[in-house]
Design a protein around this ligand. Sequence first.
Ligand code: FES
Length: 111
Amino acid sequence: MTEAARTFALIIEPGGHFVAVRAGATLLEAALQAGLSLPRSCRNGTCRACMCRLVDGEIAYRVEWPGLTAEEKAEGWILPCVVLARSDVTIDQPEAREAMPDTRRMRSRGF
Ligand code: FES
């Protein structure tokens, strides 16, 4: 199996959330699929709404020019909406939240 085809672990601190990141999925996509809500807007690496710090791990970018300065990259800032995991990864995103369950479906049963 090539490294690009592997599933990696994403740990989101300080909450300690665990997410499996499948090949080709960004960190944001993997978190959303796992029921976690992270700050986001454009999802294409330009608005910086999702910006957070990489604590540990190897990453690659899906886009050639993510909206970060060289200094920000050197300081460990990343844009999870366009980041692909290349190893198990830990990020620091205090605003990660469990997504609210959709209660409308439960209420529509007529009980
Ligand atoms: S959501 Fe806009 S840069 Fe990530």
